[in-house]
Design a binder for this molecule. Structure first.
Ligand SMILES: [Zn+2]
Length: 112
């Protein structure tokens, strides 16, 4: 069985950064659920998406400073960020790849 599939949730959780409340205040946006769907908590706070203005709700303890946006606007922002940054390797990664290619070439030339 594919280990990666079996541990899908564990893999996903490895990508989740747990940060302090202070660090959370520095995020770009807080992505919230739009109104209309089920609410899991009766003490959710009602608000409006800072981008498109639709009604949203969030937990009372989310970071106060960052704008709250609906999941649709949030995903659009994440996609726009990805498109802008691209998935380009960093300079360090590029240098490491070049060094590895040089070593492989040397090994081939030496014949081992
Ligand atoms: Zn929105």
């Amino acid at each position: 069985m594919n280990k990666r599939k079996r541990n899908g949730i564990e893999d996903l959780l490895k990508k989740v950064n747990v940060v302090s409340q202070e660090e959370a205040e520095e995020v770009d946006v807080v992505i919230c659920m739009p109104d209309g769907g089920p609410r899991y908590f009766s003490d959710d706070v009602s608000a409006f998406c800072a981008s498109c203005g639709i009604a949203i709700h969030h937990r009372p303890h989310v970071p106060k400073k960052p704008p709250k946006v609906c999941i649709h606007c949030g995903l659009r922002m994440v996609e726009a960020d990805k498109a802008r940054d691209g998935d380009q390797p960093s300079d360090e990664q590029r240098a490491a790849l070049r060094a590895r290619a040089r070593r492989q070439k040397l090994r081939r030339l030496k014949g081992d």
